[in-house]
Design a protein around this ligand. Structure first.
Ligand code: UT7
Length: 324
């Protein structure tokens, strides 16, 4: 017998305010056509004034618990991926914990930028397999609109706000790739590339929150090269091959990156979950958002193989392979 971490429920929350590409046309030297053709993004959601990352996370967590048929009392721990916390500390996860009325178990944040949810999922899986918890809420929640430079057309048109969550639950498996649950993961970082994508402020440097800076075309090249490779490595570890993949749920940063990665894996686009057009890049929230949207549409069936992959600031990148 092998302990496995199975997804028992998914949920998400998107702020009410939807901003179409045309909104930027009057403010910057840009066009809907440029944004659409270079990134695949058509619109994104922005949090309301005063709405914090934890508010989004709490709503996503409640939705995931509802779909799982569970209550907050059933949860042993919360791992929340974000790079846009409410405050420097405490962890957003503890605010979500309090918001759900949970008073036991652990709650902490993971910071791996756009790869944050993949890192959080791999950590939650390890904790469940080690017997530290039976049920963990894994959340990706971001308010990237708070760290945009609204005069920088090369970044501010790309990002959006939102949150997604999954409930992971311990179940016994046979220890083979036929088991349901997380089968493998592959996590990587290379800090020598940290200046390709960073925020130019912080507690121990400027004492301010700072704004996002990105050399988009260089990040693009790393993404195309590294994402298919990490997905292949994770599949190898699971004892599976790309032709056995039913769904690719990629980080939703750029339609051209997603298409190139799917092509390298030999997957047709109808096996790829796409939310980039409606959500933009929501960093650590993008994969759980996509998982929840597709799950809500009934697209995943038990036994199907799902691969998630992401890359972001650090650079940090990775993939998780699971059987639904
Ligand atoms: O989620 C974390 C990981 N991040 C990513 O995966 C993002 C990766 N990068 C990308 O998605 C793409 O690089 C972008 C969408 C950011 C940019 O696409 P690109 O094809 O790499 O364009 P580029 O940066 O090479 O810029 C091409 C041109 C430039 O003009 P010149 O120098 O050729 O005259 C830019 O100044 O497009 C210009 N440009 C714009 N034009 C109109 C940049 N932003 C805009 C804009 N509207 N918003």
């Amino acid at each position: 017998m092998t302990r496995r971490a199975v997804i028992r429920g998914t949920g998400h929350y998107l702020p009410e305010r939807v901003v179409e590409n045309s909104w930027f046309e009057g403010r910057l030297d840009t066009t809907d056509e440029w944004i659409r053709s270079r990134s695949g993004i058509e619109r994104r959601h922005f949090a309301a004034e005063g709405q914090m990352t934890s508010d989004l996370g709490i709503r996503a967590a409640r939705a995931a618990l509802d779909r799982a048929g569970l209550t907050p009392a059933d949860i042993d721990g919360i791992i929340l991926a974000t790079s846009t916390p409410d405050f420097t500390f405490p962890a957003v996860a503890t605010t979500v914990q309090a918001g759900l009325g949970i008073k036991r178990g652990f709650a902490f944040d993971v910071q791996a930028v756009c790869a944050g949810f993949v890192f959080a999922l791999a950590n939650a899986d390890a904790m469940i397999r080690a017997g530290q918890a039976d049920r963990i809420l894994v959340i990706g929640a971001e308010t990237f609109s708070r760290i945009m430079d609204w005069t920088d057309r090369s970044t501010c048109v790309l990002f959006g706000d939102g949150a997604g969550a999954v409930v992971l639950e311990a179940q016994d498996g046979a220890g083979t790739s036929d088991d349901r649950g997380i089968l493998s993961s592959d996590l990587n970082s290379d800090g020598s590339y940290r200046e390709l994508l960073y925020v130019d402020g912080g507690v121990s440097s400027t004492g301010t929150a700072g704004q996002l800076r990105m050399q988009g075309n260089l990040v693009f090249r790393h993404a195309v090269e590294k994402l298919a490779r990490t997905a292949h490595t994770a599949l190898d570890r699971a004892g599976l091959t790309p032709d056995q993949v039913d769904w690719l749920v990629p980080h939703q940063a750029n339609m051209r990156i997603i298409t190139a990665t799917a092509q390298k894996m030999g997957l047709p686009l109808d096996k790829v979950v796409l939310t980039v057009a409606d959500h933009g890049n929501t960093s650590a929230a993008s994969i759980p958002l996509a998982l929840s949207v597709a799950d809500g549409q009934g697209r995943f069936t038990p036994g199907q193989v799902v691969v998630t992959e992401a890359i972001g600031g650090g650079l940090s990148w990775g993939a998780v392979v699971l059987r639904w």
